[in-house]
Design a protein around this ligand. Sequence first.
Ligand code: GDP
Length: 217
Amino acid sequence: MRSAVQERDETKAPFPPFVLTLEATVFNRKQLEDHLRTLGGAAQIALAGRSNVGKSSLINALGQRRRLAKTSATPGKTRSVNLYRVAPHGFILSDLPGYGYARCGREEQRRWARLIEEYLRHGGVTALALLIDCRIPPQNADRELADFARAAGIPLLPLLTKADKCSQAERSRRRQEWSRLLDGVLPLAVSSRDGLGIDDARRALCALAAREEGDVC
Ligand code: GDP
């Protein structure tokens, strides 16, 4: 059985930062569909999570960039899908809008939920990286998205964000808790602040993309 304790492994070779280029920012289904047609079959890994989970910070950390994706202390500001090309591997990271932000209206939340569901169902998504705040117990919205992806046959990579804010014991407990909900899939703990797990996240994303494309990594 894999250990619930995930700490730095100094013996592993570092995984080079992704070179991320923003290919497109799309605001609705039509624009998304139009752009997906231009991707030429590249693997797409979607990144999703509740507003403020640390998604923009993680994208910046994966690319070792400061401000590629815009981070904010104010949740709910991302209203678009951002598609990043990952060099040298060639796959796409699709940064989906954060969900569960109470101050955005019901109708708008529904519209975004429909867009995400459509994209996961029909957009050719290779895998879903589900970002979950390490400090917060499993929330319905996260569980529903995980269940949706699994029902659609999309492999899941759960990432526990802001790991620097939790003790090792809390991280371990949270990982086990999620693993039980996800039939044994153990999340990776990551911190964009101190770099914990970022190399492993790059490696895991690349491996998921490689399943689709053969030899990208
Ligand atoms: P997004 O809304 O999911 O894109 O979240 P952001 O990346 O904008 O982050 C939301 C807030 O959490 C910001 O204040 C970030 O500085 C903070 N944050 C993001 N990642 C981390 C992390 O790994 N550790 C800590 N301590 N704070 C983080």
